[in-house]
Design a protein around this ligand. Structure first.
Ligand SMILES: [Cu+2]
Length: 254
């Protein structure tokens, strides 16, 4: 893992010490590993290829007949074994990553999210709820997204910073997909089924969630906002009953 991070650090030239969100950093690491190996293979093929193309170009009377090589066991063993090692490395590394990004850490905080046309319902373990309905995020005049500071906090799902969140996901109607943009994870919300995913956002702030599975007219406006706050602030919010402001906005929107 440390070597992976070091490689990513070298390639990206930025710090991975405290990623903004997880498992996004794992996707980044994997991307840079694949990119690095691809570039090395590309250069190993292209540079000699270009060199030989020029060196052995057709010149009258110089090299009119090609050399006929029957076999070269050393070369054949090498060009079999090296790709096999690379493929095994990529497969095992990717599988380890897949397992990590599919398995929520043991200390995760569970939130149930129900998708519907067109919005998201967040249900917390103590019964607290947040409903994100598409027109809470839309400027009624321009029909574009409101800036985050124009959206009331009651429409935002509070999330404790630095705590892994396990999302148990389902849908009331058609298939949607819950996409947590900063964490680079998405999972289908399927009616009649509970799917799961996890993410962790380390840096407090407000982050968009979008639906990533086309689901009808308002798909492009099917968003939610995660308000990531320090743990103490989250506890304070979590302990409060649902305030009347949220109820009012719910009635208005439905
Ligand atoms: Cu949708």
């Amino acid at each position: 893992m440390r070597r992976t991070s070091l490689l990513a650090l070298l390639m990206a030239g930025s710090s991975f010490a405290q990623p903004v969100a997880e498992p996004a950093h794992l996707w980044d690491n994997m991307y840079y590993i694949w990119l690095f190996i691809s570039v090395v293979i590309y250069l190993a093929v292209f540079i000699p290829g270009a060199y030989f193309l020029i060196k052995y170009r057709y010149r009258k009377g110089v090299n009119e007949e090609a050399q006929h090589v029957k076999e070269n066991p050393t070369l054949e063993v090498l060009w079999t074994i090296i790709p096999v090692i690379i493929v095994i490395y990529l497969a095992t590394q990717s599988f380890a990553f897949y397992k990590t990004q599919r398995t929520a850490p043991a200390n995760s905080f569970d939130i149930k999210v129900t998708a519907f046309m067109w919005g998201w319902q967040f249900q917390y373990p103590n019964g607290k709820q947040v409903i994100a309905f598409f027109n809470m995020f839309e400027d009624p005049d321009t029909k574009s997204y409101l800036p985050l500071d124009k959206i009331p906090d009651t429409a935002k799902a509070y999330i404790p910073a630095g705590v892994p969140i396990k999302v148990l996901l389902t849908s009331q109607d058609v298939i949607h997909s819950f996409y947590v943009q900063p964490a680079k994870v998405t999972e289908d919300a399927v009616p009649g089924r509970i799917t799961h995913m996890w993410f962790k956002i380390n840096q407090p702030g407000e982050y968009w969630v979008f639906c990533r599975e086309y689901c009808g007219t308002k798909h492009s406006k099917m968003a939610a906002v995660l308000k990531v706050v320090p743990k103490e602030e989250f506890e304070k919010w979590y302990g409060q009953p649902i305030d009347s402001a949220n109820k009012v906005s719910l009635n208005k929107n439905f």
